[in-house]
Design a protein around this ligand. Structure first.
Ligand code: MN
Length: 318
């Protein structure tokens, strides 16, 4: 799982839990993500399945895409489709997605890059592997996160941000056995490059076998840890967690994670995505590609899409 990494983590700045942090987050639940298919049929894990929306707020949806090793001709993407009322964050650790949208945004997402698309009032977009990758097959592994927008920003102007892997903030822990990538928001004194409408933090951390991490976490943020690969524990009382599982942490100002001494030979490390944000605490009416506050607004989104008011597929489309 390359994403972005360094030879010697000890050269990185350290993130340490401040001495004033006194309350480790308590584990509320661990759930196992069921598998599914997305777009034209690529395999995903639905990481938020079975978790109360109140614990996820301000997040709506999280898919782990892959990890899958495609044969020739097998890689798949999505057709053109609309969104309104939220933001999508796509982070690619293996493989490549091409993106194009109806506001002129577009690019290649690969090798630890992130694409941040604010759908706001409305956008059409497509995500697909490049032809060369479809022909060759190969590894594909990423995540797509949906971040809600508050009522006052649901109809904001759409926006596209291309975040290169090299712009991600890299940190380590006290022992130098973790690589912590801050993709968006703040983590202690560090900040990631993603510009967020809703205050959130997104971190991808790799813990070497036996490594332990105490991450400062804003008490007002929710806190979710999803295991992308490997085996470890959460909390000071070391509750077991493994690949495809999601922990909800509540009440506290730091998060404790540990990697088991034994990891499988494929990944070597515990790979986790750690997410949190300021809850929006508004009603959520979500259906298909739209996330609004009321059913009337959802119907309006469908009507606007049918009438072509969410955008047009560009003439030079991929
Ligand atoms: Mn989409």
């Amino acid at each position: 799982m390359p994403a972005i990494t360094v030879e010697n983590p000890l050269e990185l700045p350290q993130v340490v839990k401040p001495a004033t942090s006194e309350h480790p987050r308590r584990l509320k639940s661990i759930t196992t993500a069921p598998g599914g298919l997305e777009g034209e049929g690529f395999p995903v894990r639905r990481a938020f399945a079975g978790i109360d929306l109140a614990d996820l707020d301000p997040f709506i949806h999280l898919d782990q895409m892959g990890e899958i090793d495609y044969g020739p001709g097998e890689p798949k993407g999505t057709p053109w489709h609309p969104h309104r009322g939220f933001e999508t964050v796509t982070y690619m650790m293996e493989g490549t997605f091409l993106h194009q949208d109806s506001i002129g945004g577009g690019g290649t997402i690969q090798n630890g890059a992130t694409q941040w698309m604010t759908a706001g009032a409305g956008i059409l977009h497509i995500e697909r592997p490049p032809d060369a990758l479809i022909d060759s097959g190969g590894l594909f592994h990423g995540i797509q996160l949906w971040v809600n927008l508050p009522a006052k920003l649901k109809m904001t102007t759409p926006r596209y941000q291309d975040i290169e892997a090299t712009s991600v903030s890299l940190l380590t822990n006290e022992n130098g056995d973790a690589i912590i990538r801050v993709i968006a928001g703040a983590l202690g004194d560090a900040a990631g490059p993603g510009v967020t409408h809703t205050p959130i933090t997104i971190v991808h951390a790799s813990l070497l076998p036996g490594g332990t991490l105490s991450l400062p976490w804003k008490p007002e943020y929710n806190a979710l840890t999803y295991v992308l690969a490997g085996q470890g524990t959460v909390g000071l009382d070391r509750q077991p967690i493994g690949e495809g599982q999601m922990a909800v942490h509540v009440d506290g100002d730091f998060i404790v994670l540990s990697a088991n001494e034994r990891q499988d030979s494929r990944t070597h490390a515990l790979e986790v995505l750690i997410l949190g944000g300021a809850p929006i605490r508004e009603p959520v009416a979500a259906y298909g590609p739209f996330v609004m506050n009321t059913k009337v607004e959802l119907q309006q989104a469908f009507d606007d899409y049918q009438a072509g008011r969410l955008g047009q597929i560009p003439a030079n489309h991929i």
